[in-house]
Design a protein around this ligand. Structure first.
Ligand SMILES: [Zn+2]
Ligand SMILES: [Zn+2]
Length: 152
């Protein structure tokens, strides 16, 4: 689903306003790149792409922007089994499948999850976020393994 750039600008403007974050060109560029991106990129990948729009932006700036957006709840920070932080601007509640071979995150959604979690955890406190994280090996990596095995 591709949105028009102006819609993204408007959306980002609203988000910044809501959380009290100043709208800057680097922040908008990073958000524009992340929004609608299903890759769940890390800082290096984000820098590589954002630089195409803002050639002078440093890796450090992209990193700072990502952390600003994450600390204001505009993007989600996905903790990985390793130390590399990854970012997700998909605003809808969704779950993640993590491939241990290639390190990619894939989105999926268990629609019943919020109700299930609420039933099980609701009496303990207020739920801010519920997400299932599944670890495994993605189809692409599985296919690669099969191809390698067949070569032997
Ligand atoms: Zn994989
Ligand atoms: Zn996601």
């Amino acid at each position: 689903m591709k949105e028009k750039q102006d819609d993204v600008l408007q959306e980002f403007c609203d988000l910044c306003h809501r959380v009290g974050l100043k709208l800057t060109t680097p922040r908008l560029a990073v958000y524009r790149y992340l929004r609608g991106n299903t890759e769940h990129p890390g800082v290096d990948r984000a820098w590589e792409e954002v630089r195409k729009e803002l050639p002078t932006i440093s890796r450090e700036s992209v990193y700072r922007v990502l952390n600003d957006l994450a600390s204001h709840g505009i993007v989600a920070l996905l903790e990985r089994p390793d130390v590399v932080a990854r970012y997700d601007a998909n605003p809808n509640r969704h779950d993640h499948f993590y491939c241990e071979k290639c390190g990619r995150f894939f989105d999926f959604e268990i629609e019943e999850l919020p109700a299930l979690v609420d039933a099980a955890v609701g009496s303990l406190g207020k739920i801010e976020r519920a997400e299932i994280r599944v670890r495994g090996i993605c189809n692409e990596c599985l296919a690669k393994e099969v191809r390698l095995a067949n070569k032997e």
